[in-house]
Design a protein around this ligand. Structure first.
Ligand code: DAH
Length: 344
Protein backbone atom coordinates (compact mmCIF):
# COMPACT_ATOMS: atom_id res chain seq x y z
CA UNK A 1 0.00 0.00 0.00
CA UNK A 2 2.85 2.30 0.78
CA UNK A 3 4.34 1.63 -2.66
CA UNK A 4 1.04 2.60 -4.22
CA UNK A 5 0.94 5.89 -2.30
CA UNK A 6 4.56 6.70 -3.13
CA UNK A 7 4.07 5.91 -6.78
CA UNK A 8 0.93 8.00 -6.84
CA UNK A 9 2.67 11.04 -5.32
CA UNK A 10 5.60 10.62 -7.63
CA UNK A 11 3.45 10.26 -10.77
CA UNK A 12 1.14 13.18 -10.01
CA UNK A 13 4.02 15.51 -9.18
CA UNK A 14 5.86 14.54 -12.32
CA UNK A 15 2.75 15.06 -14.49
CA UNK A 16 2.18 18.48 -12.97
CA UNK A 17 5.74 19.43 -13.81
CA UNK A 18 5.52 18.44 -17.45
CA UNK A 19 6.13 21.50 -19.59
CA UNK A 20 5.12 20.17 -22.99
CA UNK A 21 3.24 17.36 -24.64
CA UNK A 22 6.39 15.32 -25.31
CA UNK A 23 7.29 15.24 -21.65
CA UNK A 24 3.72 14.31 -20.88
CA UNK A 25 3.85 11.41 -23.34
CA UNK A 26 7.06 10.21 -21.68
CA UNK A 27 5.20 10.32 -18.36
CA UNK A 28 2.35 8.31 -19.80
CA UNK A 29 4.75 5.65 -21.06
CA UNK A 30 6.58 5.66 -17.75
CA UNK A 31 3.48 5.05 -15.64
CA UNK A 32 0.65 3.75 -17.78
CA UNK A 33 2.13 1.65 -20.57
CA UNK A 34 2.17 -2.11 -20.39
CA UNK A 35 5.70 -2.02 -19.14
CA UNK A 36 5.05 1.05 -17.01
CA UNK A 37 5.44 1.48 -13.30
CA UNK A 38 1.76 0.96 -12.44
CA UNK A 39 1.61 -2.24 -14.37
CA UNK A 40 4.82 -3.11 -12.48
CA UNK A 41 2.82 -3.07 -9.22
CA UNK A 42 0.84 -6.02 -10.49
CA UNK A 43 3.99 -8.08 -10.20
CA UNK A 44 3.87 -7.56 -6.42
CA UNK A 45 0.29 -8.80 -6.34
CA UNK A 46 1.14 -12.43 -6.97
CA UNK A 47 3.20 -12.52 -3.76
CA UNK A 48 0.33 -11.15 -1.63
CA UNK A 49 -1.89 -13.27 0.57
CA UNK A 50 -5.06 -14.15 -1.26
CA UNK A 51 -7.41 -12.04 0.84
CA UNK A 52 -5.38 -8.89 0.22
CA UNK A 53 -5.32 -9.28 -3.54
CA UNK A 54 -8.75 -7.78 -4.36
CA UNK A 55 -8.13 -4.72 -2.15
CA UNK A 56 -4.69 -4.22 -3.64
CA UNK A 57 -6.01 -4.70 -7.18
CA UNK A 58 -8.70 -2.11 -6.53
CA UNK A 59 -6.17 0.38 -5.22
CA UNK A 60 -3.98 -0.11 -8.28
CA UNK A 61 -7.00 0.47 -10.52
CA UNK A 62 -7.86 3.63 -8.61
CA UNK A 63 -4.27 4.79 -8.99
CA UNK A 64 -4.41 4.05 -12.72
CA UNK A 65 -7.56 6.10 -13.03
CA UNK A 66 -6.22 8.97 -11.00
CA UNK A 67 -2.99 9.13 -12.98
CA UNK A 68 -4.93 8.87 -16.28
CA UNK A 69 -7.25 11.70 -15.21
CA UNK A 70 -4.36 13.88 -14.15
CA UNK A 71 -2.61 13.21 -17.45
CA UNK A 72 -5.73 14.23 -19.37
CA UNK A 73 -6.10 17.36 -17.31
CA UNK A 74 -2.48 18.35 -17.77
CA UNK A 75 -2.74 17.56 -21.47
CA UNK A 76 -5.73 19.87 -21.80
CA UNK A 77 -3.83 22.61 -19.96
CA UNK A 78 -0.76 22.25 -22.15
CA UNK A 79 -2.83 22.21 -25.32
CA UNK A 80 -4.57 25.37 -24.15
CA UNK A 81 -1.27 27.06 -23.48
CA UNK A 82 -0.04 26.03 -26.90
CA UNK A 83 -3.12 27.41 -28.62
CA UNK A 84 -2.94 30.70 -26.72
CA UNK A 85 0.73 31.09 -27.59
CA UNK A 86 -0.07 30.40 -31.22
CA UNK A 87 -2.90 32.95 -31.26
CA UNK A 88 -0.74 35.51 -29.56
CA UNK A 89 1.95 34.91 -32.13
CA UNK A 90 -0.36 35.22 -35.08
CA UNK A 91 -2.21 38.24 -33.77
CA UNK A 92 -2.86 40.84 -36.46
CA UNK A 93 -3.14 44.47 -35.43
CA UNK A 94 -6.24 45.58 -37.24
CA UNK A 95 -6.18 49.07 -35.76
CA UNK A 96 -5.03 51.93 -37.95
CA UNK A 97 -4.51 55.58 -37.19
CA UNK A 98 -7.75 57.38 -37.86
CA UNK A 99 -7.74 59.30 -41.14
CA UNK A 100 -8.45 62.91 -40.30
CA UNK A 101 -9.68 64.68 -43.41
CA UNK A 102 -8.03 68.06 -43.75
CA UNK A 103 -10.75 70.66 -43.71
CA UNK A 104 -10.44 73.61 -46.00
CA UNK A 105 -10.26 77.11 -44.61
CA UNK A 106 -11.72 80.29 -46.00
CA UNK A 107 -9.36 82.30 -48.16
CA UNK A 108 -8.13 85.48 -46.43
CA UNK A 109 -9.81 87.58 -49.14
CA UNK A 110 -13.08 85.76 -48.48
CA UNK A 111 -12.66 86.51 -44.78
CA UNK A 112 -12.11 90.19 -45.52
CA UNK A 113 -15.08 90.29 -47.91
CA UNK A 114 -17.29 88.69 -45.28
CA UNK A 115 -16.06 91.08 -42.59
CA UNK A 116 -16.91 94.09 -44.78
CA UNK A 117 -20.28 92.62 -45.69
CA UNK A 118 -21.07 91.92 -42.02
CA UNK A 119 -20.16 95.47 -41.11
CA UNK A 120 -22.36 97.10 -43.76
CA UNK A 121 -25.26 94.67 -43.83
CA UNK A 122 -25.55 95.50 -40.13
CA UNK A 123 -26.03 99.15 -41.18
CA UNK A 124 -28.81 98.23 -43.62
CA UNK A 125 -26.74 98.21 -46.82
CA UNK A 126 -27.45 95.86 -49.74
CA UNK A 127 -24.69 93.78 -51.35
CA UNK A 128 -24.63 94.21 -55.15
CA UNK A 129 -22.76 92.43 -57.92
CA UNK A 130 -21.93 93.20 -61.50
CA UNK A 131 -20.15 91.68 -64.51
CA UNK A 132 -16.36 91.38 -64.58
CA UNK A 133 -16.45 91.71 -68.38
CA UNK A 134 -17.85 95.22 -68.46
CA UNK A 135 -18.78 97.88 -70.94
CA UNK A 136 -16.46 100.85 -71.25
CA UNK A 137 -19.69 102.79 -70.80
CA UNK A 138 -20.24 101.74 -67.17
CA UNK A 139 -16.58 101.44 -66.27
CA UNK A 140 -15.63 104.92 -67.53
CA UNK A 141 -18.26 106.98 -69.36
CA UNK A 142 -20.88 106.85 -66.65
CA UNK A 143 -18.16 107.45 -64.07
CA UNK A 144 -17.69 110.88 -65.63
CA UNK A 145 -14.55 109.70 -67.41
CA UNK A 146 -15.19 110.17 -71.15
CA UNK A 147 -12.86 108.88 -73.87
CA UNK A 148 -9.59 110.74 -73.93
CA UNK A 149 -9.96 111.76 -70.26
CA UNK A 150 -6.51 111.76 -68.68
CA UNK A 151 -7.82 109.88 -65.63
CA UNK A 152 -8.20 106.79 -67.80
CA UNK A 153 -4.41 106.54 -67.72
CA UNK A 154 -4.57 105.85 -63.99
CA UNK A 155 -6.22 102.54 -64.79
CA UNK A 156 -4.45 100.74 -67.64
CA UNK A 157 -7.09 98.39 -68.91
CA UNK A 158 -7.52 95.00 -70.53
CA UNK A 159 -9.78 95.76 -73.49
CA UNK A 160 -11.63 92.91 -75.16
CA UNK A 161 -12.87 95.12 -77.97
CA UNK A 162 -13.20 98.93 -78.21
CA UNK A 163 -16.36 98.91 -76.09
CA UNK A 164 -15.70 96.04 -73.69
CA UNK A 165 -13.05 95.52 -71.06
CA UNK A 166 -12.30 93.68 -67.84
CA UNK A 167 -13.62 96.16 -65.29
CA UNK A 168 -10.85 98.21 -63.71
CA UNK A 169 -12.77 99.10 -60.57
CA UNK A 170 -15.96 98.19 -58.72
CA UNK A 171 -17.09 101.74 -59.45
CA UNK A 172 -18.56 100.18 -62.62
CA UNK A 173 -21.03 98.28 -60.40
CA UNK A 174 -21.86 101.53 -58.64
CA UNK A 175 -22.83 103.05 -61.99
CA UNK A 176 -25.11 100.13 -62.86
CA UNK A 177 -26.82 100.23 -59.48
CA UNK A 178 -27.41 103.99 -59.73
CA UNK A 179 -29.12 103.40 -63.05
CA UNK A 180 -31.14 100.41 -61.86
CA UNK A 181 -32.47 102.37 -58.88
CA UNK A 182 -34.69 104.35 -61.32
CA UNK A 183 -34.65 107.27 -58.93
CA UNK A 184 -35.77 105.18 -55.91
CA UNK A 185 -34.04 106.61 -52.82
CA UNK A 186 -32.20 106.06 -50.60
CA UNK A 187 -29.50 103.83 -52.07
CA UNK A 188 -27.15 102.10 -49.61
CA UNK A 189 -24.93 99.38 -50.88
CA UNK A 190 -21.55 97.81 -51.08
CA UNK A 191 -20.26 95.82 -54.04
CA UNK A 192 -17.23 93.61 -53.52
CA UNK A 193 -15.65 91.97 -56.56
CA UNK A 194 -12.62 91.27 -58.70
CA UNK A 195 -11.07 93.98 -60.86
CA UNK A 196 -8.29 93.94 -63.48
CA UNK A 197 -5.51 96.28 -64.52
CA UNK A 198 -2.54 96.02 -66.80
CA UNK A 199 -0.02 96.15 -63.99
CA UNK A 200 3.19 94.18 -63.75
CA UNK A 201 2.85 91.86 -60.79
CA UNK A 202 5.19 92.51 -57.87
CA UNK A 203 4.98 92.45 -54.08
CA UNK A 204 2.35 95.19 -54.01
CA UNK A 205 0.74 95.00 -57.47
CA UNK A 206 -1.40 92.37 -59.08
CA UNK A 207 -3.07 92.46 -62.51
CA UNK A 208 -6.15 91.05 -60.79
CA UNK A 209 -7.24 92.14 -57.34
CA UNK A 210 -10.35 92.84 -55.30
CA UNK A 211 -12.17 95.96 -54.29
CA UNK A 212 -15.36 96.81 -52.57
CA UNK A 213 -17.30 99.85 -53.50
CA UNK A 214 -19.54 101.58 -51.00
CA UNK A 215 -22.32 103.94 -52.03
CA UNK A 216 -24.98 105.93 -50.21
CA UNK A 217 -27.33 108.33 -52.03
CA UNK A 218 -30.25 110.14 -50.46
CA UNK A 219 -31.28 113.49 -49.09
CA UNK A 220 -28.81 115.51 -47.04
CA UNK A 221 -25.92 113.07 -47.34
CA UNK A 222 -22.70 114.92 -46.49
CA UNK A 223 -18.99 114.40 -46.19
CA UNK A 224 -19.54 114.08 -42.43
CA UNK A 225 -21.68 110.97 -43.08
CA UNK A 226 -18.85 109.56 -45.17
CA UNK A 227 -16.37 110.18 -42.38
CA UNK A 228 -18.57 108.62 -39.71
CA UNK A 229 -19.26 105.60 -41.91
CA UNK A 230 -15.58 105.04 -42.68
CA UNK A 231 -14.70 105.41 -39.00
CA UNK A 232 -17.24 102.73 -38.23
CA UNK A 233 -15.88 100.44 -40.97
CA UNK A 234 -12.28 100.85 -39.84
CA UNK A 235 -13.23 100.20 -36.21
CA UNK A 236 -15.01 97.02 -37.21
CA UNK A 237 -12.07 95.83 -39.34
CA UNK A 238 -9.14 96.92 -37.17
CA UNK A 239 -10.66 97.54 -33.75
CA UNK A 240 -11.65 100.71 -31.94
CA UNK A 241 -9.27 103.61 -31.51
CA UNK A 242 -8.05 104.24 -35.07
CA UNK A 243 -8.22 107.85 -36.20
CA UNK A 244 -8.89 108.68 -39.84
CA UNK A 245 -7.91 111.69 -41.90
CA UNK A 246 -9.00 112.99 -45.29
CA UNK A 247 -6.49 114.23 -47.85
CA UNK A 248 -7.77 116.12 -50.89
CA UNK A 249 -7.51 114.05 -54.04
CA UNK A 250 -9.01 113.69 -57.46
CA UNK A 251 -11.36 111.13 -58.99
CA UNK A 252 -13.56 112.07 -61.97
CA UNK A 253 -16.63 110.52 -60.35
CA UNK A 254 -16.47 112.38 -57.02
CA UNK A 255 -16.38 116.03 -56.03
CA UNK A 256 -14.84 116.70 -53.65
CA UNK A 257 -12.57 113.66 -53.71
CA UNK A 258 -10.53 112.50 -50.77
CA UNK A 259 -7.98 109.90 -50.02
CA UNK A 260 -8.41 108.39 -46.59
CA UNK A 261 -5.65 107.43 -44.18
CA UNK A 262 -6.10 105.62 -40.92
CA UNK A 263 -3.76 105.91 -37.97
CA UNK A 264 -1.44 102.89 -38.02
CA UNK A 265 -3.12 99.96 -36.26
CA UNK A 266 0.31 98.53 -35.51
CA UNK A 267 1.91 101.46 -33.66
CA UNK A 268 -1.18 103.61 -33.06
CA UNK A 269 0.33 106.56 -34.84
CA UNK A 270 3.80 106.56 -33.25
CA UNK A 271 5.56 105.45 -36.45
CA UNK A 272 6.77 101.95 -37.30
CA UNK A 273 7.86 99.93 -40.37
CA UNK A 274 4.21 99.09 -41.24
CA UNK A 275 3.37 102.80 -41.71
CA UNK A 276 6.90 103.64 -42.90
CA UNK A 277 7.39 105.82 -39.86
CA UNK A 278 4.55 108.19 -40.70
CA UNK A 279 1.94 106.90 -38.23
CA UNK A 280 -0.64 106.86 -41.06
CA UNK A 281 -1.71 104.25 -43.57
CA UNK A 282 -3.45 105.07 -46.83
CA UNK A 283 -6.52 102.93 -46.97
CA UNK A 284 -8.98 103.99 -49.66
CA UNK A 285 -10.31 106.57 -52.10
CA UNK A 286 -13.66 108.23 -51.72
CA UNK A 287 -15.65 111.41 -52.06
CA UNK A 288 -19.08 112.90 -52.71
CA UNK A 289 -20.67 111.43 -55.82
CA UNK A 290 -20.18 113.89 -58.68
CA UNK A 291 -23.44 115.62 -59.72
CA UNK A 292 -22.76 114.55 -63.34
CA UNK A 293 -22.79 110.91 -62.22
CA UNK A 294 -26.12 111.34 -60.47
CA UNK A 295 -27.65 113.20 -63.41
CA UNK A 296 -26.49 110.58 -65.94
CA UNK A 297 -28.32 108.00 -63.83
CA UNK A 298 -31.48 110.12 -63.82
CA UNK A 299 -31.10 111.29 -60.25
CA UNK A 300 -31.82 114.92 -59.38
CA UNK A 301 -28.50 116.22 -58.06
CA UNK A 302 -30.18 119.29 -56.56
CA UNK A 303 -32.33 117.13 -54.35
CA UNK A 304 -30.05 114.20 -53.66
CA UNK A 305 -26.43 113.81 -52.78
CA UNK A 306 -24.29 110.82 -52.01
CA UNK A 307 -20.92 109.58 -50.92
CA UNK A 308 -18.90 106.71 -52.35
CA UNK A 309 -15.69 104.92 -51.57
CA UNK A 310 -13.61 102.14 -53.07
CA UNK A 311 -11.42 100.03 -50.83
CA UNK A 312 -8.80 97.47 -51.91
CA UNK A 313 -9.44 94.16 -50.18
CA UNK A 314 -5.90 92.82 -50.60
CA UNK A 315 -4.65 95.92 -48.83
CA UNK A 316 -6.98 95.26 -45.90
CA UNK A 317 -5.94 91.58 -45.79
CA UNK A 318 -2.23 92.47 -45.96
CA UNK A 319 -2.52 95.05 -43.18
CA UNK A 320 -4.73 92.86 -41.05
CA UNK A 321 -2.62 89.71 -41.34
CA UNK A 322 0.82 91.25 -41.89
CA UNK A 323 1.12 89.70 -45.40
CA UNK A 324 4.17 91.16 -47.14
CA UNK A 325 3.62 90.00 -50.73
CA UNK A 326 0.28 90.35 -52.52
CA UNK A 327 1.18 87.38 -54.73
CA UNK A 328 0.91 85.08 -51.70
CA UNK A 329 -2.83 85.67 -51.90
CA UNK A 330 -2.92 84.14 -55.38
CA UNK A 331 -0.30 81.38 -55.21
CA UNK A 332 -2.73 79.01 -53.46
CA UNK A 333 -0.06 77.48 -51.29
CA UNK A 334 -2.03 75.37 -48.84
CA UNK A 335 0.51 75.99 -46.04
CA UNK A 336 0.00 79.73 -46.40
CA UNK A 337 -3.77 79.53 -46.70
CA UNK A 338 -4.18 77.30 -43.65
CA UNK A 339 -2.92 80.12 -41.45
CA UNK A 340 -6.13 82.13 -41.73
CA UNK A 341 -9.03 80.77 -39.78
CA UNK A 342 -10.97 83.81 -38.75
CA UNK A 343 -11.19 87.54 -39.15
CA UNK A 344 -11.20 89.02 -35.67
N1 DAH B 1 -12.49 103.54 -58.27
C1 DAH B 1 -11.35 104.08 -57.54
C2 DAH B 1 -10.12 103.28 -57.86
O1 DAH B 1 -10.23 102.16 -58.24
C3 DAH B 1 -11.59 104.05 -56.08
C4 DAH B 1 -12.69 104.96 -55.69
C5 DAH B 1 -12.42 106.30 -55.38
C6 DAH B 1 -13.99 104.53 -55.64
C7 DAH B 1 -13.41 107.17 -55.00
C8 DAH B 1 -15.02 105.40 -55.28
C9 DAH B 1 -14.70 106.72 -54.97
O2 DAH B 1 -16.30 105.03 -55.21
O3 DAH B 1 -15.71 107.55 -54.60
O4 DAH B 1 -9.05 103.74 -57.72
Amino acid sequence: MEDITNLKNEALAKIDHCQDLNELEECRVLYLSKKGKIQGLMAIMKDLPKEEKPGFGQKVNELKKEVTDRLEKRKAELEDELLNAKLENEKIDITLDAYTPSLGTLHPLTLVTQAIEDCFVGLGYMVAEGPEVELDYYNFERANTPKGHPARDMQDSFYIDPTTLLRTHTTAIQMRVLEEAHGQMPIKLICPGKVYRRDNDDATHSHQFMQSEGLVVGENITLADLKGTLEFMIASLFGEGQKIRFRPSYFPFTEPSVEVDMSCHNCHGKGCPVCKGTGWIEILGSGMVHPNVLEMAGIDSKKYSGFAFGVGLERIAMLKYGIKDIRDLYANDKRFLEGFKRFD
